[in-house]
Write a protein that binds this ligand. Structure first.
Ligand code: ZN
Length: 132
C-alpha cells in the first residue's frame, strides 16, 4: 500500500522536477559565463587537489564547493524522484515509519522522519556545543 496519497505524490513529483530544472539552470548559467572548460556537473574529479591552490584560485575553489553542494542537492532530488517512482517515498530511511505528508511537502527531499532527523542533528552537534 503506498504511504502517500496520489495528490501528495503528484505535488512532490512536480516540485522535485521543478527544483531539479532550477538547479540545472543555475549551474548551467553560472558555468556558461565562467570558463568554457568547467564542466557543469562533475566536481568529484577535482576533490583533493586544491590544498595548495594560490589565492587567485580561491574563488574557483569556492565555486567548486558550491557546485559540490549543488551536486549533492541534485542527487537528493534524484533519489527523491526515484523513490516517488518506486513507491518508496514518504518512508523514513532510518526507522521505516511513515513521514508525515506535511513534512514531505515542506521538504520534498526529506528522507527521515522528525524523530530520526532530530536524533541525527543531536548526533552531529555532539561535542561541538550549540551552533547557534
Ligand atoms: Zn524515522
Amino acid at each position: 500500500m503506498p504511504p502517500l496519497s496520489p495528490s501528495v505524490s503528484e505535488q512532490l513529483n512536480k516540485r522535485l522536477h521543478e527544483a531539479r530544472a532550477d538547479l540545472l539552470e543555475t549551474v548551467r548559467s553560472r558555468t556558461a559565463s565562467d570558463d568554457d572548460e568547467a564542466p557543469a556537473i562533475g566536481p568529484l574529479a577535482h576533490q583533493g587537489q586544491s590544498d595548495d591552490a594560490p589565492q587567485s584560485e580561491m574563488i574557483s575553489h569556492i565555486e567548486q564547493h558550491l557546485a559540490e553542494h549543488e551536486t549533492a542537492l541534485l542527487r537528493e532530488i534524484e533519489v527523491a524522484i526515484g523513490k516517488l517512482e518506486s513507491g518508496g517515498a514518504g518512508i523514513c530511511e532510518s526507522c521505516g515509519c511513515d513521514i508525515p505528508e506535511a513534512r514531505l511537502l515542506a521538504t520534498p527531499t526529506v528522507r527521515l522522519c522528525i524523530a530520526c532527523q532530530e536524533q541525527l542533528e543531536k548526533d552531529q552537534h555532539t561535542g561541538r556545543g550549540p551552533s547557534m
